[in-house]
Design a protein around this ligand. Sequence first.
Ligand SMILES: Cc1cn([C@H]2C[C@H](O)[C@@H](COP(=O)(O)OP(=O)(O)O[C@H]3O[C@@H](C)C(=O)[C@@H](O)[C@H]3O)O2)c(=O)[nH]c1=O
Length: 185
Amino acid sequence: MQCCETSLPGVRLFKPEAFADKRGFFMETWNASRYSEHGLPTLFAQDNLSFSYRGVLRGLHYQLPNPQAKLVYVLQGSVFDVAVDIRPGSPTFGRWVGITLSAENRWQLYIPEGFAHGFCVLSDTALFAYKCSSLYSPHDEGGVAWNDEDLGIAWPIAEPTLSPKDEKYPRLKDIPLDRLRKYKG
Ligand SMILES: Cc1cn([C@H]2C[C@H](O)[C@@H](COP(=O)(O)OP(=O)(O)O[C@H]3O[C@@H](C)C(=O)[C@@H](O)[C@H]3O)O2)c(=O)[nH]c1=O
């Protein structure tokens, strides 16, 4: 398994090995021992799966004060996946990284606590799977506007399909820093 740092320290790209034979292929999507060597938690509390149509954008989401680190990957289709550093005081505060994850490349992106996360769908449909380090906590949900001009995320689609919630999230500069400071560590 290859593990590469991205342009945002802490956000890591995993390229797991797939063992192909005449039946198809086999790969491990999670192995506590091997992934923890690269700084991931050994225990994830929740596994999620979402299905989306082309042009759907989900994000940018975070959870506070019960943050979630996420290991995300695509089972069918392809998405442009984005992490944004929203840790006040971080040298990379407000910076983003975007990577295309697909069922073909089978890459996995690790997004630590302290980052907002979102993705948009590039294929007709996409099945998006992810592990979360802590449980969903609806009262802790937060978001940043996907099209915040200060972030300048180069989304590869225009006029995405959004949830009503995602249409209303504020720009990063309008989120009180005290709220974001609730990230531990
Ligand atoms: C995220 C989540 C949602 N739900 C429910 C709440 C709601 O009724 C329905 C849909 O929720 P949402 O609209 O928030 O789903 P979605 O927009 O797909 O939210 C997800 O987006 C991506 C980008 C992430 O990073 C995730 O952490 C999560 O925030 O599912 C759960 O029951 N458990 C969960 O963990």
